[in-house]
Design a protein around this ligand. Sequence first.
Ligand SMILES: C[S@@+](CC[C@H](N)C(=O)[O-])C[C@H]1O[C@@H](n2cnc3c(N)ncnc32)[C@H](O)[C@@H]1O
Length: 230
Amino acid sequence: MIYNMDCIEGSKRFIADESVDLVVTDPPYNLGFGGTTQTRTKKPRFNIIANDKLSRSDYQRFTFQWLYQAYRILKPGRHIYVCIDWRMYPFMVLWMRRVGFVVKNCIVWDKMRMGVGWQYRFQHEFIIFAVKGESNARKIRTRSAPDIWRIPKVPGNKTVHPTEKPADLMENIIKNSSSEGELVVDFFLGSGPVAEAVILNNRELLGFEIDPVHYETTKNRILGLEERGL
Ligand SMILES: C[S@@+](CC[C@H](N)C(=O)[O-])C[C@H]1O[C@@H](n2cnc3c(N)ncnc32)[C@H](O)[C@@H]1O
């Protein structure tokens, strides 16, 4: 189930308290990012992501609102993963703690290829790993997994979204922190890597994407998987 709408409104409307087994999400980092320059005209290939160029206070308010919804819908003892980069990491950790999450670790995603940047080129991002409440839910394979993940990023000329994450990255999270049939929520679907990983691993998906173009990309990705019988 995916919705082309604002995740804050959508979660209030469609998701009951403490009904979700896992939240995996990649929010706007507020960096005004429209993708790297891959064209002959040297113009970015994509428009700036929605809610990625807000004032500091508006970004904080927006983040608190969706984090509060994430906290409300998650079952006690279950996990949330939030993608972020080094620039916004200190704020995101602080805000996650303020809404009540217990931050347990910071996974480093090594993209295995350099990206943009000139005072050392970017090759990693962070994924904040946190729990709702102190008691960690049963099972979960996090005990045997390291906190550095080497997973190739999607090559720039193959991306369909300015901040596209590989489905393999999301698959790691989904396998480690949920079981078959459980409900996974993604507040910021983008091009749909979480959706793909959820479907391929027989979990249930509920997700939101505010931009109609990216929503269509995710929808078509899901339809493509269904057509292939996956
Ligand atoms: C960082 S991107 C996610 C990229 C995604 N992980 C991927 O690999 O394609 C954040 C996405 O959130 C969407 N977005 C921004 N504000 C939103 C909101 N209030 N509700 C739902 N989606 C929103 C943007 O349009 C953007 O596609």
